[in-house]
Design a protein around this ligand. Structure first.
Ligand code: UDP
Length: 201
């Protein structure tokens, strides 16, 4: 089967290339009035399974995503116990180079939202160094106390980004995307956890 349930969470069993195609296929920004929510892609690892097991609302949020990718050997083992062989281990670090290459080829743009001040910009610079021609539509840090959510959404929409990466940690990032998906004019929003820290470090 292409999807299965683990501890009440629907997981999509995709190959890496299928995941990247799915993210890019719907990535064109929507012009005019927003009529449909953006695509929502999450990664599930042992940590988020733990959170979702104890937090019903987070589990519900995860199950409303368009696509949930299996990240890590813990999920692989869990899947195996359900007689499911995962086609790939799809984590953000491995997905990024393949996604960026495809985005360069398709001239699509990326927006980085989240992490401590300065980190998203460093991550963007690192991505552009590895992927010449990659279009970064904008960056925004995620330490939100002094920031207005409407302004953040408006800035992302004004930048006309195709793909939005949200790095606020679980469950905040998944909840934030789900809460704002009707207003976001990006094609796809992906919750990426500590990815910017990794890329910038
Ligand atoms: N973060 C943020 N705003 C918050 C809380 C966290 O931008 O209100 C960032 C934090 O700086 C870090 C990321 O979210 O870059 C969370 O990384 P972590 O590895 O803890 O996430 P996980 O993958 O465990 O969900």
């Amino acid at each position: 089967p292409s999807s299965f349930k683990l501890f009440g969470i629907r997981i999509d069993n995709l190959r890496m290339a299928q995941a990247v195609d799915l993210i890019c296929a719907d990535a064109a920004p929507r012009v005019g009035p927003v009529r449909r929510p953006c695509n929502v892609v999450n990664f599930i690892n042992v940590n988020s399974i733990n959170l979702a097991y104890r937090n019903r609302s987070f589990r519900h949020t995860l199950n409303r995503a368009n696509c949930t990718l299996a990240d890590g050997s813990g999920v692989r083992l869990g899947a195996r116990s359900m007689q499911v062989q995962l086609k790939d281990n799809i984590n953000g670090t491995d997905l990024m180079p393949i996604l960026c290459a495809q985005m360069v080829a398709q001239k699509r743009s990326l927006y980085l939202f989240g992490s401590a001040p300065g980190v998203a910009l460093k991550a963007a610079v690192a991505l552009q160094a590895n992927h010449p021609g990659l279009i970064i539509a904008g960056v925004q840090h995620g330490h939100l106390t002094d920031l207005d959510n409407d302004q953040i959404v408006e800035a992302i929409n004004a930048a006309q980004a195709d793909v939005l990466l949200v790095a606020l940690g679980s469950p905040i990032q998944e909840d934030w995307v789900m809460a704002n998906r009707l207003r976001l004019k990006v094609g796809t929003a992906i919750a990426v956890g500590g990815l910017f820290d990794f890329l910038s470090g």
